[in-house]
Design a protein around this ligand. Sequence first.
Ligand code: SF4
Length: 275
Amino acid sequence: MNITSGTKEWANKNINWCKGCIHACRYCYAMKNALRFGRITDIEKWKDFELNLKLIKKRFLKTDKIYMMPSSHDIFPEILDESIQILKNVLEPGNKVLLVTKGNPNCIEEICNKLSSYRNLMEIRITITHNLDEYLKFWEPGAPNFYDRLLSLRIAKETGFKTSVSIEPLLTKQPEKIIEQINNFADSIWIGKLNHFNLGNSKDILEQHFFHDVRLIEKNLGKIIINVKRNCDFKGIYNNKIHWKDSMKPYLESIKNELNTKFCNSIFLSTIYEN
Ligand code: SF4
């Protein structure tokens, strides 16, 4: 099976204008690369962000590409004005943008107000990896809480933007709990597993707890997919709204027969996970 990686499933090109990100998510690929190539010396330094001011004055040409903005940092209050200007520079000639963010409601509100005339060109995708704040706090320490992300999604939807949610990396055994809450405000939902993260032995008790949880998720991905599909059927959520990232395709393949037969008309039952 041909597996596409991460953001390539969503957009042709990424545009970033900041080195570093205050959210400092534990699984951050950009942070890992910065460490690997010596651009930062430790994780704490990733929070010392640095803006690339060149893009503020750059004129972009119209292309037929979809630009994902940003992909290696987020948009947070400290860089909001510059971010809006850069988004505007890309949108102005008629380019399509996929804005991906953890969703600070103040930032989203300002973006939606100031860029409302480009609502047909820009989709706003909020990343929501868990519905419980204790998990978000551990994995994404500086990022908005669950309520703020829901609020951001709602603001984007109600101001007329196309919206979506990325449940990637999947950090909960029950993504259906997120899906139920976002269903009315998300036009599409993307689910992908945690990739390139070492869940090996840690001496830290807290890490052990959270890492064990993700190992359980990986072990039960087939069941999780089945449960999402059954729950969507049961609650009347349109199944085609849910897109599985390529990282989930082998697990979808492995449960194809189960999905085609006995689960088709079944009612929702709670899943028993293997420990
Ligand atoms: S929000 Fe995105 S870019 Fe920022 S630390 Fe988290 S994963 Fe990395």
